[in-house]
Write a protein that binds this ligand. Structure first.
Ligand code: GLY
Length: 403
């Protein structure tokens, strides 16, 4: 063989080898379907297990490795019924509807809660999805009662909803970034009741949060406490993050989701702009792992040997899919690509549990409250909820594109 044909052969061999070693990526449609099927199997097992335990709702796995449940009053009570409604939307069987209704009924008492801001999470995920899919008038009644309960926590002078009532010696009026998530419930309540008060409260809360919760790099504080006389912040701290000045992963996820949703609800360009900056902080962070599932805090001491938070990834993915739809700039594709990578990771055996394992939760490896040594590297009902929401959002987006 002469020198030239040897070189050609060598180049061809290298190219063929390179092509062969490229693993063929599973089409995203198949990933979505696999994730939704696995979530359906786990959710049905969970629903059957708790069927006879009146009023109980799944929460996490406890330190003994057993399923931990709660009653309606835990802030996460609405996520399992909400997940069941999404899975009913995916595959509308009578069995799934029966369980979605049964577990939704279990959170009805939330409508009277006035001691916490979490009413939006609890009722909008459960009753909100139920009402969206069935139009049952009794669901609307429960939600409007709940919206009025939540409205009792709004303070005119501060212009925001008070999140918590504990730590009164330290915080005069604590507002946590998570509270952005309740504004979708208020926006719905305005439309459903014709009472513009709810929408005004939501916008004021979002504006105040945009002004005071964020640092120059668009990362956010967990807790901002306001002086009730001046309406100005008197403390900026963390509760579930690594440090007051750190970027707690789920907090960044709530912020991204909250401002993206508020742009959808109001069309205010400031909210879109803000959401894009938050997305940029998250997506370009040097501590974001290759699989795009964040550590529990972007600044956690000990990275990379610290737990991840799959719940934060699921919330981010869901928000980024929506952001990619709302944003008309060239950056939209990067949001969708990032969300797809998160969904591929979450739907891999690294995070997605095998059938019948993980106490019947879909996802492994979330972190609830690391500093409180609670819910570290465990499944959480809201990780599963936002994972299924993200899968459904992406599925609908792909379906609409191919129509
Ligand atoms: N307080 C809600 C959360 O842990 O994200």
């Amino acid at each position: 063989m002469n020198k030239l044909s040897h070189s050609v052969l060598w180049i061809v061999t290298v190219l063929v080898t390179a092509c062969n070693i490229q693993p063929k990526q599973e089409p995203i449609e198949e990933v979505i379907d696999r994730g939704l099927k696995a979530s359906t199997e786990q959710a049905l097992l969970m629903a059957k297990e708790l069927e006879t335990q009146n009023g109980r709702l799944p929460k996490t796995i406890n330190k003994e490795g057993k399923l931990e449940t709660s009653d309606y009053s835990w802030w996460c009570s609405g996520f399992f019924p909400g997940e069941l409604w999404y899975l009913y939307e995916y595959n509308p069987t009578p069995e799934m509807k029966k369980y979605a209704e049964m577990y939704t009924d279990r959170v009805e008492e939330v409508k009277h809660i006035t001691y916490s801001h979490d009413v939006g999470f609890m009722l909008y995920c459960s009753y909100g999805n139920g009402y969206r899919l069935t139009g049952k008038p009794e669901y609307k009644d429960v939600m409007l009662t709940g919206a009025n309960s939540l409205a009792t926590r709004y303070d005119e002078r501060v212009g925001a909803i008070r999140s918590w009532d504990f730590n009164k010696k330290i915080w005069q009026f604590p507002v946590i970034i998570d509270n952005m998530m309740n504004l979708e419930f208020f926006s719905w309540a305005s439309k459903a009741s014709g009472d513009d008060r709810f929408r005004k409260m939501a916008i004021s809360h979002a504006d105040k949060t945009m002004l005071h919760h964020f640092r120059d790099d668009y990362s956010c504080y967990h807790v901002v406490s306001y002086d009730t006389i001046t309406g100005m912040p008197h403390k900026k701290q963390t509760h579930q993050g690594a440090a007051d000045e750190s970027a707690w992963a789920r907090g960044q996820a709530w912020a991204l989701y909250g401002f993206t949703m508020m742009y959808r609800e109001t069309g205010k360009p400031d909210y879109l702009n803000h959401a894009k900056h938050i997305a940029s902080f998250i997506m370009n962070h040097p501590n974001m792992p290759v699989d795009k599932i964040p550590y529990w805090d972007f600044d956690a001491p000990g990275i990379p040997n610290v737990p991840r938070d799959a719940s934060a990834a699921a919330i981010m993915a869901s928000a980024l899919i929506e952001l990619s739809q709302l944003d008309k700039s060239t950056e939209a594709k990067s949001y969708l690509d990032f969300a797809e990578q998160q969904i591929r990771s979450l739907t891999s055996p690294d995070y997605l549990a095998a059938k019948g394992t993980n106490c019947n939760f879909a996802l492994m490896h979330s972190t609830g409250h690391f500093p409180g040594k609670s819910e570290v590297d465990v499944p959480l009902s809201y990780a599963d909820y936002y994972y299924v929401e993200a899968l459904m959002r992406l599925r609908n987006q792909l379906k609409n594109k191919s129509l």
